[in-house]
Design a protein around this ligand. Structure first.
Ligand SMILES: *[C@@H]1O[C@H](CO)[C@@H](O)[C@H](O)[C@H]1NC(C)=O
Ligand SMILES: *[C@@H]1O[C@H](CO)[C@@H](O)[C@H](O)[C@H]1NC(C)=O
Ligand SMILES: *[C@@H]1O[C@H](CO)[C@@H](O)[C@H](O)[C@H]1NC(C)=O
Ligand SMILES: *[C@@H]1O[C@H](CO)[C@@H](O)[C@H](O)[C@H]1NC(C)=O
Ligand SMILES: *[C@@H]1O[C@H](CO)[C@@H](O)[C@H](O)[C@H]1NC(C)=O
Ligand SMILES: *[C@@H]1O[C@H](CO)[C@@H](O)[C@H](O)[C@H]1NC(C)=O
Ligand SMILES: *[C@@H]1O[C@H](CO)[C@@H](O)[C@H](O)[C@H]1NC(C)=O
Ligand SMILES: *[C@@H]1O[C@H](CO)[C@@H](O)[C@H](O)[C@H]1NC(C)=O
Ligand SMILES: *[C@@H]1O[C@H](CO)[C@@H](O)[C@H](O)[C@H]1NC(C)=O
Ligand SMILES: *[C@@H]1O[C@H](CO)[C@@H](O)[C@H](O)[C@H]1NC(C)=O
Ligand SMILES: *[C@@H]1O[C@H](CO)[C@@H](O)[C@H](O)[C@H]1NC(C)=O
Ligand SMILES: *[C@@H]1O[C@H](CO)[C@@H](O)[C@H](O)[C@H]1NC(C)=O
Length: 711
């Protein structure tokens, strides 16, 4: 009996150890352990047993033969180098070590041994040196992303052998030399007919691009060659790529004229700005898919506004700064339904800027042209139009108003997606070619879409912020764990790893890549990590707060112009002396006494707002009308001219979104404007909007109410 038990025990031990030793392939275990020795910050599950497959080392997946097929240590702050040992994991199909900025050194040629590899992502690490030509041996590779490192040297022509590649991203490195092509280099990118993405932007690539680099059998959707040093003409063969959606060639040294590309009806984004292109203005007739067009800063032959200006129905963003446009802009441009952003500064546009029934949130920059008058039939936010440097700003009502005062372009208000927690996961999504010009309109969509994607993987609350840096759109996400203090390794590795492009954001956002901040998995996180995370969080919070403050400010700038009867009438003398009284059609002149009584001696309790300009009081006139009085600070440098301008302007303008001016008072050193009091909450906002754009100056001549009674 005892013997039998002993036997059974022995049997189980042996069986157990046989299962264990039969587990993970020995070569794979040795390779992983050896890699691990050279790495700091591997997950604690690593090395606890000799069996990465069944003991589930974080980030490791295996096949039924206990070979390691997946190594994913995205964003866990690995530090060290990638040694030759990686080449022994010969069954590997996915290798993703992205967002480990402490992982670097040169990329070992042994990577070429991983002939089963279909996905290789080393995005946002610190690799240096040249790309090993052995990469060309990865014949199964479909997803290939080495962007945002510090690789130097030429692109190896052997990459032309990656015949299955669909995603090829070498952007944001320091690569130089040409794009390899098979005629000059034996193998080259012209052979990558499955490729949908050539992302080579933000390098130092140069040389001209031969015509045969592209042909109609290629599957290319996104060509990003922007921010390099390419020269020579744009190859005409780009015009025959039937699936092309995004073409960014901006910020290079391309010359010659733009080839016929009218057959690219799927193209959404066309950016050719900041080159040396010449010849005729490109004819974009028929390119009905276009949403974002930027042809700025080229040397095209001067021309009038092309006919396609009014025909590209989907157009959202149009930038043609300094391209020799002349004549009058067609009104039809402004009635394109989707148009959000128009930048046509530094041209020779003349005549009337006739915007017709412009939509509210269309931003228009036509600085430094020859426009002599403005026609707008409906509401237009003053701060969405830039007219500085046009004759129309010289001597008209507009001259002291926003469109002509050269204000800087501020970011629009951001919908607030703020979340707070001790251990958020922070990650930036960099969108490289969004179509829209008005990002805030689409952030809610992105928030919903991404939030549901992430929540289907792990419960979290998602915060969002954004910045437009380096010509790309940078969306910062901040995910807070729900119901626990922090995310664990498997959640970070499997939920937030947006590297492999399996997450599809709303299409209008275009191609993207992600960059994660190191996650504080442990309380004992290294000081550097802690400092990094704290700084990052503080910056994000401060950023969001600033954006929030701006949003409020912006919202309060709700002033709109409308129904301007005679917008270009001159004020007459515009000297320091305000001269004649304001030409007031419907504003009353109040005495100081009247207003003092209506506010019970400007009592604190009647104050409904205050700021640098002074205070706004609630009041009631003897006839029962409720009013709001903006009382400038005693001794403040209220500008006489501006005061007069505001009175005259507001008394003429009637618009649903503008509170009406009832009257004013200028007496006893007081300057007060009296508005209708709207009972709902928009009042102080509307007032603030008016008040904040009055510019103070010392030049006002003191006087009394009587001097101004015209009403
Ligand atoms: C990797 O494989 C090579 C040759 O097969 C062997 O010499 C080397 O020891 C292996 N490295 C590891 C860490 O197992
Ligand atoms: C791997 O790549 C190198 C350099 O491109 C090449 O010399 C070698 O023949 C390739 N090996 C295989 C097995 O294809
Ligand atoms: C496109 O180029 C590839 C590789 O050079 C070639 O195999 C293919 O035949 C070409 N297709 C056309 C339509 O020219
Ligand atoms: C760009 O390329 C030209 C030659 O085509 C070279 O003269 C110039 O120095 C390069 N510029 C940069 C910034 O690399
Ligand atoms: C565009 O397509 C039409 C019809 O398929 C063809 O006749 C024309 O040559 C093409 N134009 C260019 C520039 O490829
Ligand atoms: C632009 O192309 C369209 C269609 O190909 C043509 O009808 C039109 O005349 C062209 N416009 C110019 C200015 O060449
Ligand atoms: C065009 O050039 C000007 C001056 O260099 C620059 O400020 C502007 O940003 C450029 N426009 C675009 C769209 O790149
Ligand atoms: C406006 O520009 C067009 C095209 O350059 C020119 O023919 C016309 O004379 C200009 N009009 C005025 C009033 O300068
Ligand atoms: C602007 O819109 C209003 C009402 O929507 C319409 O009555 C008016 O005719 C339009 N004006 C122009 C110039 O389109
Ligand atoms: C990580 O957290 C998830 C969700 O709370 C849980 O299901 C999983 O078991 C955890 N993984 C580890 C390794 O603790
Ligand atoms: C994240 O990694 C897991 C496993 O490593 C993989 O299955 C998943 O597709 C990746 N997710 C994304 C969005 O790339
Ligand atoms: C996000 O948007 C894409 C593109 O519209 C869509 O395919 C996807 O289903 C959406 N995802 C979620 C989770 O809503």
């Amino acid at each position: 009996m005892v013997q039998r038990r002993l036997f059974l025990l022995l049997f189980f031990c042996v069986a157990g150890s046989r299962i264990a030793s039969a587990d993970t392939n020995r070569q794979d275990v040795a390779a992983l352990k050896s890699l691990m020795k050279k790495w700091k910050n591997v997950p604690p599950s690593w090395g606890k047993s000799d069996d990465p497959c069944s003991a589930r080392w974080d980030g490791i997946r295996c096949d039924e033969n206990s070979r390691v097929t997946e190594l994913n240590l995205f964003g866990v702050n690995i530090e060290g180098t990638l040694s030759d040992d990686i080449g022994n994991l010969t069954a590997l199909r996915t290798l993703d070590l992205s967002s480990n900025s402490g992982l670097g050194g040169t990329l070992t040629a042994a990577i070429g041994n991983l002939v089963q590899l279909t996905k290789l992502a080393l995005i946002g690490c610190s690799f240096i040196g040249t790309l090993p030509s052995e990469l060309g041996n990865l014949s199964q590779l479909e997803f290939f992303a080495l962007n945002s490192n510090r690789f130097t040297g030429h692109i190896p022509p052997s990459l032309g052998k990656l015949s299955k590649v669909t995603w090829l991203d070498l952007a944001d490195n320091k690569l130089n030399g040409p794009i390899p092509n098979s005629k000059d280099h034996g193998t080259g990118f012209d052979q990558l007919i499955m490729a949908q993405h050539f992302h080579l932007n933000q390098n130092m690539l140069q040389g001209s691009i031969p015509d045969y680099l592209f042909n109609s059998s290629m599957a290319l959707k996104h060509i990003l060659l922007d921010r390099n040093n390419f020269s020579g003409p744009i190859p005409a063969s780009i015009g025959v790529l039937p699936k092309l959606e995004v073409l960014r060639l901006n910020d290079n040294a391309f010359t010659g004229s733009v080839p016929a590309i009218n057959n690219l009806t799927k193209l959404h984004v066309l950016m050719l700005s900041n080159n040396k292109l010449s010849g005729l203005m490109p004819n974009l007739t028929g390119m009905v898919g276009l949403e974002n067009v930027d042809l700025s800063n080229n040397s095209f032959e001067p021309s009038e506004a092309p006919s396609w200006f009014t025909k590209l129905d989907k157009l959202m963003t149009l930038k043609m700064q300094s391209v020799g446009l002349s004549g009058q802009l067609p009104q039809g441009l402004f009635s394109l339904r989707n148009l959000q952003y128009v930048a046509l500064s530094d041209n020779q546009l003349n005549g009337t800027l006739d915007m017709g029934n412009i939509s509210n949130d269309l931003y228009v920059d036509v600085r430094n042209n020859k426009i002599i008058s403005l026609a707008v039939y409906s509401s237009l936010k003053g701060d969405l139009l830039e007219l500085t440097g046009n004759p129309v700003c010289g001597d008209s009502l507009l001259s002291s108003m926003k469109p002509c005062t050269g204000h800087t372009i501020e970011p629009p208000p951001v919908p607030r997606f703020e979340v707070q927690c001790a251990n958020p996961f922070l990650e930036s999504i960099i969108f490289r070619a969004p179509s829209f010009g008005d990002v805030i309109k689409y952030l809610p969509d992105l928030h919903n879409n991404l939030s549901s994607k992430l929540n289907s993987c792990t419960p979290n609350q998602l915060g969002l912020g954004y910045s437009n840096n380096d010509a790309y759109l940078n969306v910062d996400i901040r995910a807070c764990p729900v119901g626990k203090k922090r995310f664990n390794y498997s959640q970070v590795l499997n939920c937030f790893n947006l590297t492999l492009q399996t997450y599809k954001p709303p299409e209008i956002f275009g191609p993207y890549y992600v960059h994660a901040h190191p996650y504080p998995f442990h309380d004992k996180a290294s000081r550097a990590v802690l400092i990094g995370v704290v700084t990052g969080s503080v910056l994000l919070v401060v950023g969001l707060a600033l954006v929030g403050v701006y949003a409020v400010w912006q919202k309060k700038q709700a002033q709109k112009l409308g129904s301007i009867n005679d917008p270009f009438a001159s004020w007459g003398s515009m000297g320091e002396d305000i001269g004649e009284a304001p030409k007031i059609k419907s504003a009353r002149c109040f005495t100081f006494e009247q207003l003092r009584l209506s506010t019970h001696d400007f009592r604190e309790i009647n104050a409904i707002g205050a700021g640098g300009y002074g205070t706004v009081y609630r009041g009631k006139l003897p006839d029962g009308q409720l009013i709001a009085i903006k009382r400038s600070k005693q001794g403040s440098m209220q500008g006489g001219l501006e005061f007069k301008t505001e009175i005259e302007l507001l008394s003429r303008v009637h618009h649903k979104n503008l509170v009406g001016l009832v009257g004013f008072c200028f007496e006893k050193g007081e300057r007060m404007l009296v508005y209708e009091l709207i009972s709902n909450g928009t009042l102080s906002e509307a007032l603030y909007g008016k008040i904040s754009h009055i510019i103070l100056s010392r030049k006002f001549q003191q006087g009394t109410c009587a001097n101004y009674v015209l009403c």
